[in-house]
Design a protein around this ligand. Sequence first.
Ligand SMILES: Cc1cc2nc3c(=O)[nH]c(=O)nc-3n(C[C@H](O)[C@H](O)[C@H](O)COP(=O)(O)O)c2cc1C
Length: 148
Amino acid sequence: MNKKIVILFGTESGNAEFAAEDMALEISHCEVEVIDMTDFDVNDFSAHNFYMIICSTHGEGDLPSGAVPFLQALDSVLPDMKGIQYAMFGLGDSSYANYSRGSEHIDKKLTALGAVRVGEYGRHDAHTGTLPNVAAVEWTRRILELGQ
Ligand SMILES: Cc1cc2nc3c(=O)[nH]c(=O)nc-3n(C[C@H](O)[C@H](O)[C@H](O)COP(=O)(O)O)c2cc1C
């Protein structure tokens, strides 16, 4: 498959953005674009693209502020997402009660709108002391092995 890969990131303090940029460096077989969810028009979802979505968790299992407008737009526009495939990576910290829940809000909405998640649901747990971009790049390699 030679779909363009669109990496959408949702962040509060930058980790998901840095990770998204490193993920893009890992992709050389096709066109890749990194977009902040805040700037993404949900009408632009296209089955010609494959979406890799990386989003952190803030508050008490909430979305980071950079992802709130994206979820609100999905809620109000309700785009038909049949034929859209995506992979999901959540950033969180297991010392919080609602571990990695932020990305799950988006995952549930995309699925409800007809999109299909493929591959492993990637996670990074800041409590482990490992770096989110390292985990996200390793996950990207595994997703690419699926033929995306
Ligand atoms: C104020 C605050 C609240 C957080 N709340 C949660 C939470 O409820 N659940 C969770 O899994 N992680 C939580 N985290 C951890 C972040 O998701 C984690 O540090 C992540 O790497 C931040 O990524 P970002 O810089 O892209 O926003 C919280 C972090 C902060 C600073």
